[in-house]
Design a protein around this ligand. Structure first.
Ligand SMILES: Cc1cc2nc3c(=O)[nH]c(=O)nc-3n(C[C@H](O)[C@H](O)[C@H](O)COP(=O)(O)O)c2cc1C
Length: 198
């Protein structure tokens, strides 16, 4: 069993919903997993060093990730670089069948990795959601245009979820397997040293 932190930022709740799904999947596999909204929590209130592995999640608004997530990664970069980590990004461009849009979504990740100088071991990009029912007139009109350009949808009468939950489940399972393997390898490495000390 490993202890895993899922630290995320969210603007309208979709990244939180995906993080919750991943937390539940990791807990089902027997891992002690905490989900933390780093935008809502006061900085420094928890210790990344307490965890065997860390997953970081962020969504894209106006081409940018949450600044709280960026701060979290920059603050804890050293701890992140010494344990298994993963990054998942949530955005609309990921839901587009268009290759250029897919490249745009991947470009957000590349920029994040480059500027934070953190190299996550596993990366996933998920389609997000548009919650038209919570938008005012102007925002709904703006997002209608964005959705039309990116995914070709123009219906704003209902909220739309573009997240592929099977993809989320596969990512959670893959990350769990990766962490389990690393924990197993670390345990075999430390065993002979313990024996030497006897
Ligand atoms: C105001 C606004 C701006 C957005 N800008 C982008 C964008 O630049 N690129 C993109 O791919 N998705 C964009 N999206 C889509 C969001 O990434 C998507 O709604 C996602 O589910 C948000 O996750 P969250 O609810 O965790 O914040 C935008 C959404 C909103 C509401």
């Amino acid at each position: 069993m490993a202890s895993i932190l899922v630290a995320y930022g969210t603007g309208e709740g979709q990244t939180a919903k995906i993080a919750e799904r991943i937390v539940a999947a990791l807990q089902t596999r027997g891992h002690a997993t905490d989900g933390v909204d780093v935008g809502a929590r006061l900085g420094g209130a928890f210790d990344v060093g307490d965890y065997d592995a860390v997953l970081v999640g962020a969504s894209i608004h106006g081409g940018r990730h949450q600044s709280a997530v960026r701060r979290f990664v920059e603050t804890h970069r050293d701890a992140l670089s010494t344990r298994p980590t993963g990054f998942f990004q949530v955005c609309l461009t990921a839901a587009s069948p268009d290759e250029e849009r897919q490249a745009e979504a991947a470009g957000y990740v590349d920029e994040f990795v480059e500027t934070t100088e953190w190299r996550p071991d596993r990366i996933a990009i998920f389609g997000g959601a548009l919650r038209y029912s919570s938008y005012g007139f102007l925002k709904r009109a703006l997002l209608k245009r964005v959705a039309r350009d990116i995914v070709g949808d123009t219906d704003t009468t209902e909220d739309v979820e573009y997240t592929d939950w099977d993809e989320v489940d596969r990512f959670a399972a893959d990350f769990a397997a990766f962490v389990e393997e690393r924990v197993r390898i670390d345990a075999t490495k430390t065993k002979p040293q313990e024996a030497d000390g006897d």
